[in-house]
Design a protein around this ligand. Sequence first.
Ligand code: NAD
Ligand code: MG
Length: 405
Amino acid sequence: MAKLAGSPDRCGVAILGSTGTIGRNTLDVIRHHPDRYRVVALTAFSQVEMLVAQCVEFKPEIAVVVDQESAESVERHLKSAGSETRVLLGADHLEEIAALSEVDTVMAGIVGAAGLLPTLAAVRSGKRVLVANKEPLVMMGELITEEARANNAILLPIDSEHNAIFQCLPEHFKVGQDIAQVGVRKILLTGSGGPFRGLPLEEFSTVTPEQACQHPNWVMGPKISVDSATMMNKGLEIIEACWLFSTPHTAIEVVVHPQSVIHSMVEYSDGSIIAQLGASDMRIPIAYGLAWPERLDSGASRLDLGAIAHLDFEPPDPGRFPCLRLARESIESGGTLPTILNAANEIVVDAYLNKRIRFDQIPRIIEEILGIVAYSDDVTLEKVLEADERARASTLERIEQKYSA
Ligand code: NAD
Ligand code: MG
Protein backbone atom coordinates (compact mmCIF):
# COMPACT_ATOMS: atom_id res chain seq x y z
CA MET A 1 0.00 0.00 0.00
CA ALA A 2 1.41 3.43 -0.94
CA LYS A 3 2.13 5.64 2.06
CA LEU A 4 -0.32 8.48 2.55
CA ALA A 5 0.36 11.95 1.21
CA GLY A 6 2.11 14.13 3.77
CA SER A 7 3.13 11.12 5.86
CA PRO A 8 6.68 11.35 7.28
CA ASP A 9 6.85 7.68 6.42
CA ARG A 10 7.23 8.03 2.68
CA CYS A 11 7.13 4.99 0.40
CA GLY A 12 10.67 3.74 -0.32
CA VAL A 13 11.28 2.99 -3.99
CA ALA A 14 14.06 1.06 -5.75
CA ILE A 15 14.30 1.50 -9.50
CA LEU A 16 16.00 -1.30 -11.40
CA GLY A 17 17.14 0.21 -14.71
CA SER A 18 16.75 3.86 -13.67
CA THR A 19 18.57 5.22 -16.74
CA GLY A 20 16.21 3.56 -19.24
CA THR A 21 12.96 4.92 -20.64
CA ILE A 22 10.89 3.27 -17.92
CA GLY A 23 13.33 4.32 -15.19
CA ARG A 24 13.39 7.96 -16.28
CA ASN A 25 9.59 8.12 -16.54
CA THR A 26 9.32 6.63 -13.04
CA LEU A 27 11.67 9.26 -11.64
CA ASP A 28 9.66 11.96 -13.36
CA VAL A 29 6.46 10.85 -11.61
CA ILE A 30 8.32 10.66 -8.27
CA ARG A 31 9.84 14.12 -8.87
CA HIS A 32 6.34 15.57 -8.70
CA HIS A 33 5.37 13.71 -5.51
CA PRO A 34 8.27 14.13 -3.07
CA ASP A 35 5.82 14.01 -0.14
CA ARG A 36 4.83 10.42 -0.99
CA TYR A 37 7.94 8.72 -2.36
CA ARG A 38 11.62 8.59 -1.53
CA VAL A 39 14.19 6.94 -3.79
CA VAL A 40 16.20 4.36 -1.85
CA ALA A 41 18.16 2.78 -4.71
CA LEU A 42 18.90 3.33 -8.40
CA THR A 43 20.60 0.92 -10.79
CA ALA A 44 22.12 1.11 -14.26
CA PHE A 45 24.26 -0.94 -16.55
CA SER A 46 26.72 1.74 -17.68
CA GLN A 47 25.15 5.15 -18.32
CA VAL A 48 27.51 7.08 -16.03
CA GLU A 49 26.47 10.71 -16.60
CA MET A 50 22.77 10.04 -16.34
CA LEU A 51 23.10 7.90 -13.22
CA VAL A 52 25.27 10.53 -11.53
CA ALA A 53 22.74 13.26 -12.33
CA GLN A 54 19.92 11.07 -10.96
CA CYS A 55 21.85 10.40 -7.74
CA VAL A 56 22.58 14.10 -7.24
CA GLU A 57 18.89 14.98 -7.71
CA PHE A 58 17.17 12.09 -5.88
CA LYS A 59 19.84 11.30 -3.24
CA PRO A 60 19.35 7.52 -3.05
CA GLU A 61 21.20 5.63 -0.34
CA ILE A 62 22.57 3.17 -2.90
CA ALA A 63 23.42 3.12 -6.60
CA VAL A 64 24.22 -0.19 -8.25
CA VAL A 65 26.35 -0.15 -11.39
CA VAL A 66 26.64 -3.43 -13.25
CA ASP A 67 29.61 -2.58 -15.46
CA GLN A 68 32.94 -2.42 -13.58
CA GLU A 69 34.58 0.42 -15.53
CA SER A 70 31.48 2.56 -15.25
CA ALA A 71 31.27 1.98 -11.48
CA GLU A 72 34.66 3.58 -10.85
CA SER A 73 33.66 6.59 -12.87
CA VAL A 74 30.29 6.94 -11.10
CA GLU A 75 32.04 6.82 -7.72
CA ARG A 76 34.54 9.50 -8.72
CA HIS A 77 31.88 11.86 -10.08
CA LEU A 78 29.62 11.40 -7.06
CA LYS A 79 32.48 12.09 -4.66
CA SER A 80 33.35 15.33 -6.40
CA ALA A 81 29.66 16.35 -6.32
CA GLY A 82 29.63 15.80 -2.52
CA SER A 83 27.05 13.01 -2.83
CA GLU A 84 26.60 10.51 0.00
CA THR A 85 25.18 7.76 -2.25
CA ARG A 86 27.01 4.47 -1.79
CA VAL A 87 28.04 2.80 -5.07
CA LEU A 88 27.86 -0.99 -5.33
CA LEU A 89 29.40 -2.86 -8.22
CA GLY A 90 27.99 -5.88 -10.02
CA ALA A 91 24.75 -7.62 -10.96
CA ASP A 92 24.56 -9.55 -7.65
CA HIS A 93 23.72 -6.34 -5.81
CA LEU A 94 20.56 -5.93 -7.90
CA GLU A 95 18.97 -8.80 -5.99
CA GLU A 96 20.20 -7.38 -2.69
CA ILE A 97 18.65 -3.96 -3.16
CA ALA A 98 15.38 -5.43 -4.48
CA ALA A 99 15.08 -7.12 -1.08
CA LEU A 100 16.15 -4.21 1.22
CA SER A 101 13.83 -3.61 4.16
CA GLU A 102 13.72 0.18 3.45
CA VAL A 103 12.27 -0.61 0.00
CA ASP A 104 8.48 -0.92 -0.25
CA THR A 105 8.15 -0.70 -4.04
CA VAL A 106 10.45 -2.05 -6.73
CA MET A 107 10.21 -0.82 -10.31
CA ALA A 108 11.38 -3.69 -12.53
CA GLY A 109 12.64 -1.58 -15.44
CA ILE A 110 15.68 -3.53 -16.66
CA VAL A 111 15.46 -4.74 -20.25
CA GLY A 112 15.52 -8.46 -21.07
CA ALA A 113 16.31 -11.62 -19.14
CA ALA A 114 18.90 -9.66 -17.08
CA GLY A 115 15.93 -8.55 -14.96
CA LEU A 116 14.84 -12.08 -14.01
CA LEU A 117 16.78 -12.65 -10.78
CA PRO A 118 16.23 -9.14 -9.33
CA THR A 119 12.50 -9.33 -10.14
CA LEU A 120 12.32 -12.71 -8.44
CA ALA A 121 14.19 -11.32 -5.41
CA ALA A 122 11.68 -8.46 -5.11
CA VAL A 123 8.76 -10.89 -5.37
CA ARG A 124 10.25 -13.27 -2.80
CA SER A 125 10.74 -10.35 -0.40
CA GLY A 126 7.02 -9.54 -0.60
CA LYS A 127 7.42 -6.11 -2.23
CA ARG A 128 5.00 -4.15 -4.36
CA VAL A 129 6.56 -4.98 -7.73
CA LEU A 130 5.84 -2.76 -10.73
CA VAL A 131 6.47 -5.09 -13.65
CA ALA A 132 7.56 -3.24 -16.78
CA ASN A 133 10.30 -5.78 -17.59
CA LYS A 134 8.16 -8.33 -19.47
CA GLU A 135 10.87 -10.87 -20.39
CA PRO A 136 11.02 -12.56 -16.91
CA LEU A 137 7.25 -13.12 -17.10
CA VAL A 138 7.64 -14.66 -20.55
CA MET A 139 10.34 -16.98 -19.20
CA MET A 140 8.65 -18.08 -15.99
CA GLY A 141 5.43 -16.21 -15.40
CA GLU A 142 3.82 -19.13 -13.60
CA LEU A 143 6.60 -19.30 -11.01
CA ILE A 144 6.68 -15.53 -10.52
CA THR A 145 2.92 -15.32 -9.91
CA GLU A 146 3.08 -18.34 -7.57
CA GLU A 147 5.97 -16.81 -5.61
CA ALA A 148 4.04 -13.55 -5.39
CA ARG A 149 1.06 -15.36 -3.87
CA ALA A 150 3.25 -17.31 -1.45
CA ASN A 151 5.15 -14.20 -0.27
CA ASN A 152 2.29 -11.66 -0.29
CA ALA A 153 3.99 -9.60 -2.97
CA ILE A 154 1.76 -7.27 -4.99
CA LEU A 155 2.39 -7.55 -8.73
CA LEU A 156 1.22 -4.53 -10.71
CA PRO A 157 1.52 -4.61 -14.51
CA ILE A 158 3.16 -1.53 -16.04
CA ASP A 159 3.29 -2.60 -19.70
CA SER A 160 0.61 -0.22 -21.01
CA GLU A 161 -1.66 -2.99 -22.37
CA HIS A 162 -1.54 -5.09 -19.21
CA ASN A 163 -1.97 -2.03 -17.05
CA ALA A 164 -5.03 -1.15 -19.16
CA ILE A 165 -6.45 -4.68 -18.75
CA PHE A 166 -5.84 -4.49 -15.00
CA GLN A 167 -7.67 -1.14 -14.87
CA CYS A 168 -10.65 -2.74 -16.69
CA LEU A 169 -10.99 -5.50 -14.06
CA PRO A 170 -12.89 -5.28 -10.75
CA GLU A 171 -10.90 -3.71 -7.90
CA HIS A 172 -10.80 -6.98 -5.95
CA PHE A 173 -9.06 -8.79 -8.84
CA LYS A 174 -5.55 -9.97 -7.88
CA VAL A 175 -2.86 -10.31 -10.55
CA GLY A 176 -2.33 -14.01 -11.27
CA GLN A 177 -6.01 -14.83 -10.61
CA ASP A 178 -8.09 -16.38 -13.44
CA ILE A 179 -10.00 -13.59 -15.23
CA ALA A 180 -12.84 -16.04 -15.99
CA GLN A 181 -13.62 -15.92 -12.24
CA VAL A 182 -14.53 -12.24 -12.59
CA GLY A 183 -16.63 -12.84 -15.72
CA VAL A 184 -14.10 -11.97 -18.43
CA ARG A 185 -14.34 -14.07 -21.60
CA LYS A 186 -11.66 -12.50 -23.73
CA ILE A 187 -8.79 -10.02 -23.72
CA LEU A 188 -8.49 -7.64 -26.66
CA LEU A 189 -4.78 -6.80 -26.72
CA THR A 190 -4.21 -3.71 -28.82
CA GLY A 191 -1.03 -2.89 -30.72
CA SER A 192 -0.14 -0.08 -33.09
CA GLY A 193 1.37 -2.42 -35.70
CA GLY A 194 4.68 -0.55 -35.37
CA PRO A 195 6.46 1.56 -37.99
CA PHE A 196 6.17 -1.03 -40.81
CA ARG A 197 2.45 -1.79 -40.67
CA GLY A 198 1.90 -0.52 -44.19
CA LEU A 199 5.35 -1.17 -45.68
CA PRO A 200 5.42 -3.48 -48.75
CA LEU A 201 6.70 -6.89 -47.64
CA GLU A 202 9.54 -6.89 -50.20
CA GLU A 203 11.04 -3.83 -48.45
CA PHE A 204 11.35 -5.65 -45.10
CA SER A 205 14.84 -6.84 -46.07
CA THR A 206 16.22 -3.31 -46.34
CA VAL A 207 14.83 -1.48 -43.29
CA THR A 208 17.55 -0.03 -41.05
CA PRO A 209 17.72 -0.16 -37.22
CA GLU A 210 17.25 3.62 -37.23
CA GLN A 211 13.93 3.21 -39.08
CA ALA A 212 12.89 0.30 -36.85
CA CYS A 213 13.51 2.41 -33.73
CA GLN A 214 11.25 5.24 -34.97
CA HIS A 215 8.03 4.08 -33.34
CA PRO A 216 5.01 6.08 -34.53
CA ASN A 217 3.46 6.59 -31.05
CA TRP A 218 5.88 5.68 -28.24
CA VAL A 219 9.43 6.63 -27.21
CA MET A 220 11.11 3.45 -25.96
CA GLY A 221 14.48 1.71 -25.59
CA PRO A 222 16.05 0.15 -28.72
CA LYS A 223 15.25 -3.51 -27.94
CA ILE A 224 11.51 -3.03 -27.37
CA SER A 225 11.37 -0.66 -30.38
CA VAL A 226 12.68 -3.41 -32.68
CA ASP A 227 10.29 -5.88 -30.98
CA SER A 228 7.43 -3.51 -31.81
CA ALA A 229 8.52 -3.33 -35.45
CA THR A 230 8.54 -7.16 -35.77
CA MET A 231 5.46 -7.42 -33.50
CA MET A 232 7.43 -9.86 -31.33
CA ASN A 233 6.60 -7.32 -28.62
CA LYS A 234 2.92 -8.21 -29.04
CA GLY A 235 3.85 -11.91 -29.04
CA LEU A 236 5.74 -11.49 -25.75
CA GLU A 237 2.77 -9.54 -24.42
CA ILE A 238 0.38 -12.41 -25.25
CA ILE A 239 2.54 -14.69 -23.06
CA GLU A 240 2.83 -11.99 -20.38
CA ALA A 241 -0.99 -11.69 -20.31
CA CYS A 242 -1.43 -15.48 -20.07
CA TRP A 243 0.36 -15.44 -16.69
CA LEU A 244 -0.80 -12.11 -15.26
CA PHE A 245 -4.44 -12.93 -15.96
CA SER A 246 -4.25 -16.73 -15.81
CA THR A 247 -5.81 -17.31 -19.20
CA PRO A 248 -4.99 -19.42 -22.29
CA HIS A 249 -3.49 -17.59 -25.29
CA THR A 250 -6.57 -18.56 -27.29
CA ALA A 251 -8.61 -16.14 -25.12
CA ILE A 252 -6.31 -13.26 -26.14
CA GLU A 253 -7.04 -11.55 -29.46
CA VAL A 254 -4.55 -9.09 -30.91
CA VAL A 255 -6.22 -6.02 -32.41
CA VAL A 256 -4.14 -3.64 -34.50
CA HIS A 257 -5.11 -0.11 -33.49
CA PRO A 258 -2.71 2.37 -35.15
CA GLN A 259 -3.57 5.40 -32.97
CA SER A 260 -2.58 3.76 -29.61
CA VAL A 261 -5.41 5.59 -27.83
CA ILE A 262 -7.09 2.47 -26.46
CA HIS A 263 -4.41 0.59 -24.53
CA SER A 264 -6.39 -2.69 -24.40
CA MET A 265 -9.86 -4.01 -23.60
CA VAL A 266 -11.63 -6.88 -21.87
CA GLU A 267 -14.83 -8.53 -23.02
CA TYR A 268 -17.17 -9.72 -20.25
CA SER A 269 -19.54 -12.67 -20.49
CA ASP A 270 -22.56 -10.38 -21.02
CA GLY A 271 -20.98 -8.90 -24.17
CA SER A 272 -19.80 -5.65 -22.55
CA ILE A 273 -16.36 -4.49 -23.63
CA ILE A 274 -14.45 -2.24 -21.21
CA ALA A 275 -11.47 -0.26 -22.50
CA GLN A 276 -8.84 2.03 -20.98
CA LEU A 277 -7.88 5.11 -23.01
CA GLY A 278 -5.15 7.68 -22.49
CA ALA A 279 -2.20 9.51 -24.00
CA SER A 280 0.71 7.31 -25.18
CA ASP A 281 2.74 8.20 -22.10
CA MET A 282 4.22 5.55 -19.80
CA ARG A 283 3.87 7.91 -16.83
CA ILE A 284 0.15 6.99 -16.74
CA PRO A 285 0.62 3.25 -16.03
CA ILE A 286 3.64 4.03 -13.82
CA ALA A 287 1.64 6.50 -11.68
CA TYR A 288 -1.15 3.94 -11.39
CA GLY A 289 1.33 1.28 -10.25
CA LEU A 290 2.93 3.60 -7.71
CA ALA A 291 -0.33 4.82 -6.17
CA TRP A 292 -2.72 1.87 -6.69
CA PRO A 293 -5.50 1.66 -5.61
CA GLU A 294 -5.32 5.46 -5.43
CA ARG A 295 -4.71 7.81 -8.36
CA LEU A 296 -1.89 10.29 -8.80
CA ASP A 297 -1.23 13.18 -11.17
CA SER A 298 1.09 11.51 -13.72
CA GLY A 299 2.07 14.70 -15.55
CA ALA A 300 0.80 13.23 -18.84
CA SER A 301 -1.16 15.33 -21.32
CA ARG A 302 -4.92 14.78 -21.64
CA LEU A 303 -6.60 13.16 -24.64
CA ASP A 304 -8.46 15.48 -26.98
CA LEU A 305 -11.05 13.12 -28.49
CA GLY A 306 -12.33 15.80 -30.88
CA ALA A 307 -8.83 16.17 -32.36
CA ILE A 308 -8.38 12.39 -32.59
CA ALA A 309 -11.77 12.19 -34.36
CA HIS A 310 -11.70 8.47 -35.16
CA LEU A 311 -10.18 5.20 -34.00
CA ASP A 312 -9.21 2.40 -36.40
CA PHE A 313 -9.02 -1.35 -35.79
CA GLU A 314 -7.83 -4.22 -37.98
CA PRO A 315 -6.59 -7.79 -37.52
CA PRO A 316 -2.79 -8.32 -37.64
CA ASP A 317 -1.35 -9.59 -40.93
CA PRO A 318 0.20 -13.02 -40.15
CA GLY A 319 2.39 -12.99 -43.29
CA ARG A 320 3.95 -9.69 -42.33
CA PHE A 321 4.38 -10.52 -38.63
CA PRO A 322 5.34 -14.22 -38.19
CA CYS A 323 6.64 -13.47 -34.65
CA LEU A 324 3.04 -13.48 -33.39
CA ARG A 325 2.63 -17.09 -34.54
CA LEU A 326 6.01 -18.08 -33.06
CA ALA A 327 5.02 -16.64 -29.67
CA ARG A 328 1.66 -18.43 -29.71
CA GLU A 329 3.29 -21.74 -30.69
CA SER A 330 5.85 -21.46 -27.90
CA ILE A 331 3.31 -20.77 -25.14
CA GLU A 332 1.06 -23.50 -26.55
CA SER A 333 3.92 -26.02 -26.20
CA GLY A 334 4.90 -24.49 -22.85
CA GLY A 335 7.81 -25.63 -20.68
CA THR A 336 11.01 -23.76 -21.43
CA LEU A 337 10.06 -23.00 -25.05
CA PRO A 338 9.02 -19.38 -24.28
CA THR A 339 12.46 -18.94 -22.63
CA ILE A 340 14.12 -20.19 -25.82
CA LEU A 341 11.95 -17.84 -27.92
CA ASN A 342 12.90 -14.92 -25.69
CA ALA A 343 16.63 -15.70 -25.61
CA ALA A 344 16.81 -16.18 -29.40
CA ASN A 345 14.93 -12.93 -29.85
CA GLU A 346 17.28 -10.97 -27.56
CA ILE A 347 20.31 -12.24 -29.51
CA VAL A 348 18.87 -11.60 -32.99
CA VAL A 349 17.63 -8.13 -32.04
CA ASP A 350 21.10 -7.26 -30.75
CA ALA A 351 22.65 -8.63 -33.98
CA TYR A 352 20.18 -6.58 -36.04
CA LEU A 353 20.88 -3.39 -34.04
CA ASN A 354 24.59 -4.00 -34.68
CA LYS A 355 23.87 -4.49 -38.40
CA ARG A 356 25.02 -8.12 -38.48
CA ILE A 357 21.73 -9.47 -39.86
CA ARG A 358 18.75 -8.10 -41.87
CA PHE A 359 15.35 -7.22 -40.42
CA ASP A 360 13.53 -9.99 -42.35
CA GLN A 361 15.98 -12.56 -40.94
CA ILE A 362 14.83 -11.91 -37.34
CA PRO A 363 11.77 -14.24 -37.37
CA ARG A 364 13.52 -16.75 -39.63
CA ILE A 365 16.42 -17.30 -37.20
CA ILE A 366 14.10 -17.46 -34.16
CA GLU A 367 11.98 -20.13 -35.87
CA GLU A 368 15.11 -22.17 -36.67
CA ILE A 369 16.29 -21.95 -33.05
CA LEU A 370 12.88 -23.03 -31.73
CA GLY A 371 13.25 -26.11 -33.93
CA ILE A 372 16.76 -27.09 -32.82
CA VAL A 373 17.24 -26.24 -29.12
CA ALA A 374 15.95 -29.03 -26.86
CA TYR A 375 13.34 -27.87 -24.37
CA SER A 376 12.11 -29.19 -21.06
CA ASP A 377 8.56 -29.43 -19.73
CA ASP A 378 9.81 -28.46 -16.24
CA VAL A 379 9.81 -24.76 -15.53
CA THR A 380 12.14 -24.52 -12.54
CA LEU A 381 14.52 -21.58 -12.17
CA GLU A 382 17.43 -23.90 -12.90
CA LYS A 383 15.87 -25.28 -16.11
CA VAL A 384 14.92 -21.80 -17.29
CA LEU A 385 18.44 -20.40 -16.77
CA GLU A 386 19.89 -23.44 -18.53
CA ALA A 387 17.52 -23.09 -21.51
CA ASP A 388 18.27 -19.37 -21.70
CA GLU A 389 22.01 -20.00 -21.86
CA ARG A 390 21.74 -22.80 -24.43
CA ALA A 391 19.42 -20.82 -26.70
CA ARG A 392 21.72 -17.78 -26.60
CA ALA A 393 24.76 -19.89 -27.52
CA SER A 394 22.90 -21.66 -30.36
CA THR A 395 21.58 -18.39 -31.77
CA LEU A 396 25.00 -16.75 -31.72
CA GLU A 397 26.48 -19.80 -33.43
CA ARG A 398 23.73 -19.87 -36.06
CA ILE A 399 24.22 -16.20 -36.89
CA GLU A 400 27.98 -16.68 -37.12
CA GLN A 401 27.76 -19.74 -39.37
CA LYS A 402 24.80 -18.97 -41.59
CA TYR A 403 23.84 -15.31 -41.48
CA SER A 404 26.72 -13.01 -40.62
CA ALA A 405 27.10 -10.28 -43.21
P1 NAD B 1 15.95 0.84 -22.00
O1 NAD B 1 16.89 0.16 -22.92
O2 NAD B 1 15.57 2.25 -22.26
O3 NAD B 1 16.53 0.77 -20.48
C1 NAD B 1 17.02 -0.42 -19.94
C2 NAD B 1 17.57 -0.21 -18.53
O4 NAD B 1 18.11 -1.47 -18.08
C3 NAD B 1 18.74 0.79 -18.46
O5 NAD B 1 18.69 1.47 -17.23
C4 NAD B 1 19.99 -0.10 -18.50
O6 NAD B 1 21.10 0.48 -17.84
C5 NAD B 1 19.51 -1.33 -17.76
N1 NAD B 1 20.19 -2.54 -18.21
C6 NAD B 1 20.39 -2.96 -19.49
N2 NAD B 1 21.05 -4.13 -19.52
C7 NAD B 1 21.28 -4.47 -18.23
C8 NAD B 1 21.93 -5.57 -17.61
N3 NAD B 1 22.48 -6.57 -18.32
N4 NAD B 1 21.97 -5.60 -16.26
C9 NAD B 1 21.42 -4.62 -15.52
N5 NAD B 1 20.80 -3.54 -16.05
C10 NAD B 1 20.72 -3.46 -17.39
O7 NAD B 1 14.66 -0.08 -21.92
P2 NAD B 1 13.14 0.38 -21.63
O8 NAD B 1 12.50 0.81 -22.89
O9 NAD B 1 13.09 1.29 -20.45
O10 NAD B 1 12.48 -1.01 -21.25
C11 NAD B 1 12.70 -1.64 -20.00
C12 NAD B 1 11.75 -2.83 -19.86
O11 NAD B 1 10.42 -2.34 -19.80
C13 NAD B 1 11.81 -3.80 -21.04
O12 NAD B 1 11.63 -5.11 -20.57
C14 NAD B 1 10.62 -3.39 -21.90
O13 NAD B 1 10.07 -4.48 -22.64
C15 NAD B 1 9.62 -2.92 -20.83
N6 NAD B 1 8.65 -1.93 -21.32
C16 NAD B 1 9.09 -0.73 -21.77
C17 NAD B 1 8.18 0.20 -22.26
C18 NAD B 1 8.62 1.56 -22.73
O14 NAD B 1 7.77 2.38 -23.07
N7 NAD B 1 9.90 1.86 -22.79
C19 NAD B 1 6.82 -0.11 -22.29
C20 NAD B 1 6.41 -1.37 -21.82
C21 NAD B 1 7.34 -2.26 -21.33
MG1 MG C 1 3.25 -2.81 -24.32
